[in-house]
Design a protein around this ligand. Structure first.
Ligand SMILES: Nc1nc2c(c(=O)[nH]1)N[C@@H](CNc1ccc(C(=O)N[C@@H](CCC(=O)N[C@@H](CCC(=O)N[C@@H](CCC(=O)O)C(=O)O)C(=O)O)C(=O)O)cc1)CN2
Ligand SMILES: [Zn+2]
Length: 770
């Protein structure tokens, strides 16, 4: 019986990598210094696994930015526009692809970024051309293997498998299917495997998440061919094929019959697949049981897990059973031991939790418990675990009958505006009196070092609440004045008081707890600290009214209220595992509904309810979509429909494709939707155009994830493209998303260009009329 994990977080338990990368980008440390930080994180992670007693320790799960981008560099899928710039190092080329580059007369935007399956992690989308060639360009995976070997650890290198790598990418030309590139790609994987084998590698983990998703026949066939060829060429290498985030379902027979050493399955997402897998696994194959949850923070229930292990051992025998996490631990925080603040996280709740480091111990402990459940020590371990699990089940902290009653009484009248959009539009046009192509932003303005340091000082007690709020008020006032100055039509207060759009609301709601160091990588150096929903959710008092009212008091222009929607709060928190997600979502929806009402009563005329996570929340298998969409869209409507018709509801979504859910998006019935569009050159808008989407739309006209300043002509071009497919009386002008990650200098330049672009479009319309 072997233990392993599919991957460990690389950001560092105190976000060491984040800080080092940002310093490197700012020119404050050298490449060598950055490499050094990387090395020390890798070392720490390897030692941690070794000391805990993990049998197969992972390498190449480290990355300076993103593991998919690493793979693109490895196989030289580097688009020409970056290649031709001749950066001084591979690392700079790599970062230019990730973040764009605008310096020394070079000006190139970043590559497209999108969500990693149904997680809040984002990867850089590989680009493929029809005649795409590959070669071994970066040797990172081999170097890392050797690096660990030098320290006496013979690791299991982790690679994204060839088929999944191709499927993660995108065809940048018409007339071919990227899966056909396998013929060109596979030889590069052979090279890598040859080098790894020659260096002494015995085990290889191929991540094949698509094997747990809907595949075409052709894709299934290609998977089969790939492993067959690998087996023929490398009969001695022991391959682990790792599937996660879903069950194998119709790919089950294909998966268990692959000519590999071990198949890893996710038994947290899909515990029911175990029986069928066991019944069908041929004699030579081992099964890796993904039983420790890599997507959530709750302690493992040893009794349940041991029962699962026993089932597997009964059929396969000990030798052919591996114990593991359900997926990579990238998606959970590093270390619960860092949390030592009773006020933030009480010891009662802490007893229910396990983060990445603790999960490693759980994996090892499960093996020990299985091998010997009779020793005094092991008996006590099981007993203590039983006690923790039971204490969570029965804690009075979790249940609030008032909340349960209110959710039970939700009816149709909670999910409809008074009148349909056309009637509302007449009322809203009159009440709001906005020009054609109204300009706005998505909510946040730069979260500068200063703003964060004020919050930090306030949290540490170095400044008091009054001082903290005075500073925020000044920052808000500056933002309002500046928006007025450059002529934005619908203003925002800037969200300076918020640490994060989800954490902030979590802190104001009952049923949530927080961590101090529970950072999880979101993209590149950016992290989030997802709150933990442990009990029934309710709103003790208004959450945003004070700041919104204050901002509105500073201007005669309209200020948009800014809320995070129920699905996004749910999706970007760690959720309880003892209740349906839909129920928890409705509890949050009712809290937001009350907030909307309070904002309306405070005189706010436009309210935005952000739902960027609706799309990523979609189940990975299509046959589960309708059920999810039904409750998710309904929750948004509960949150948004308690308001009068002349008030305008906006929603915002980024990183989404809409083609296959456009009817559901329309069903949300937001008066205005703003979407991220610019990296795809308005391609995303086609879904709305083809559908004749009836309400108003603000397609993002520039990318906010890159420090690059867009030119007004680029935005005019995009808006002209938009205008061809959407009637202009429905169009808004705004950036792709909030501006919290940007600096003020670039923000001011970019928004000034944006306002000018909107004016150019208005003038064009005006001169057409004249
Ligand atoms: N939850 C969530 N998911 C999301 C998004 C999102 O906004 N929220 N957006 C998309 C992804 N985009 C993202 C965009 C920005 C950041 C981001 O800026 N993260 C910040 C942290 C934000 C935060 O929580 N900040 C806290 C803590 C700040 C901090 O680092 N404090 C320092 C001290 C500060 C000082 O004294 O200078 C420390 O603790 O060490 C605050 O402002 O209070 C970062 O990585 O730097 C994350 C994701 C999709 N998923
Ligand atoms: Zn956004």
């Amino acid at each position: 019986m072997k233990t392993h994990i599919l991957g460990y977080p690389r950001i560092g338990s105190k976000r060491e990598l984040k800080k080092a990368c940002e310093q490197y980008w700012a020119g404050k440390i050298s490449e060598e210094e950055l490499e050094k930080v990387g090395k020390s994180i890798k070392n720490y992670n390897w030692n941690l696994q070794q000391e805990a007693g993990i049998d197969l320790i992972s390498s190449n799960d480290f990355s300076f930015y993103d593991q998919v981008l690493d793979m693109s560099l490895t196989v030289n899928a580097v688009p020409e526009r970056y290649k031709k710039l001749h950066f001084k190092s591979k690392l700079d080329l790599y970062f230019a692809m990730a973040r764009g580059h605008q310096k020394n007369n070079i000006d190139v935007p970043a590559m497209e970024m999108t969500k990693w399956f149904d997680t809040n992690y984002h990867y850089i989308v590989p680009e493929f051309k029809k005649d795409q060639q590959f070669s071994l360009f970066s040797t990172k995976v081999i170097d890392e293997y050797k690096e660990a070997k030098k320290q006496g650890i013979n690791t299991k290198p982790v690679l994204i498998a060839p088929v999944s790598y191709l499927l993660l990418g995108k065809e940048k030309e018409q007339g071919f299917n990227r899966i056909d590139l396998i013929t060109n790609l596979l030889p590069i994987y052979f090279k890598i495997l040859t080098e790894l084998e020659e260096s002494g590698a015995e085990w290889i983990q191929f991540d094949e998440p698509f094997l747990a998703l809907d595949l075409t026949e052709k894709e299934q066939h290609t998977v089969k061919q790939v492993y067959k060829q690998i087996q023929e060429k490398f009969p001695k290498l022991k391959i682990i094929v790792a599937t996660y985030f879903e069950g194998l379902q119709d790919n089950l027979n294909l998966a268990v019959n692959l000519p590999v050493e071990t198949l890893h399955i996710d038994l947290v997402r899909n515990p029911n697949q175990l029986k069928e897998v066991l019944d069908n696994t041929p004699k030579k194959v081992s099964i890796s049981l993904g039983i420790v949850d890599g997507r959530n923070v709750w302690k493992n229930d040893y009794r349940e897990s041991l029962a699962t292990i026993k089932k597997a051992v009964n059929v396969l025998g000990q030798e052919r059973v591996f114990i593991s996490t359900s997926c990579s631990l990238l998606h959970v925080p590093c270390d619960l031991d860092s949390e030592n603040n009773e006020e933030v996280l009480t010891s009662e709740i802490k007893n229910w939790l396990a983060f990445a480091k603790q999960k490693i111990t759980e994996v090892v402990t499960l093996k020990q418990l299985f091998l010997d459940d009779n020793s005094e020590k092991n008996k006590n371990t099981i007993l203590k675990n039983r006690k923790d699990i039971e204490s969570k089940k029965t804690s009075p902290l979790i249940n609030d009958p008032t909340v349960k009653d209110r959710v039970a009484s939700i009816s149709n009248k909670h999910t409809k505006r008074l009148n349909p959009f056309p009637s509302r539009k007449i009322l809203q046009n009159k009440a709001l009196n906005l020009p054609l192509y109204p300009t706005t932003t998505i909510g946040s303005f730069p979260q500068t070092k200063e703003v964060r340091s004020w919050r930090n000082k306030f949290k540490k007690g170095e400044i008091n609440q009054k001082e903290y709020e005075e500073l925020l008020k000044k920052e808000t006032e500056k933002a309002i004045n500046w928006q007025e100055e450059i002529g934005i039509d619908v203003l925002v207060h800037g969200e300076f008081e918020r640490n994060d759009m989800v954490e902030y609301f979590g802190e104001k709601l009952n049923g949530f707890v927080f961590t101090k160091f529970g950072w999880v990588q979101s993209y590149g150096s950016r992290c989030v600290k997802p709150p933990i929903i442990f009990g029934d959710v309710s709103r003790p008092k208004p959450m945003t009214v004070k700041w919104t009212r204050y901002a509105q008091s500073l201007t005669s222009k309209l200020v948009k209220g800014m809320l995070t929607g129920p699905v996004t709060i749910l999706q970007w928190s760690f959720v309880r595992n003892d209740q349906d997600r839909a129920v928890t979502c409705n509890q949050i929806a009712l809290a937001i509904r009350d907030e909307v009402k309070d904002l309306e009563n405070a005189g706010i005329q436009i309210i935005q309810i952000d739902e960027p996570a609706i799309r990523e929340g979609l189940p990975l298998r299509k046959n589960n979509w309708q059920n999810y969409l039904k409750w998710a869209i309904n929750a948004f409507k509960i949150a948004s429909s308690g308001i009068n018709d002349e008030r305008q509801i906006h929603t915002h979504m980024c990183y989404s494709e809409f083609n296959d859910i456009i009817q559901n998006i329309a069903d949300m019935d937001a008066d205005v939707i703003t979407i991220e569009c610019s990296r795809s050159q308005m391609e995303l808008l086609d879904a709305f155009a083809d559908f004749n989407y009836p309400n108003e739309i603000g397609p993002g006209v520039y990318d906010i994830h890159s420090p690059r300043v867009p030119h007004k002509d680029e935005m005019v071009l995009l808006l002209n493209k938009a205008k061809k497919v959407i009637p202009e009386e429905l169009l808004w002008v705004n950036p792709d998303c909030g501006l919290k990650t940007r600096g003020w200098d670039e923000t001011k330049k970019a928004l000034t260009e944006m306002v000018t672009a909107a004016k150019i479009l208005r003038e064009k319309t005006f001169s057409n009329i004249v």
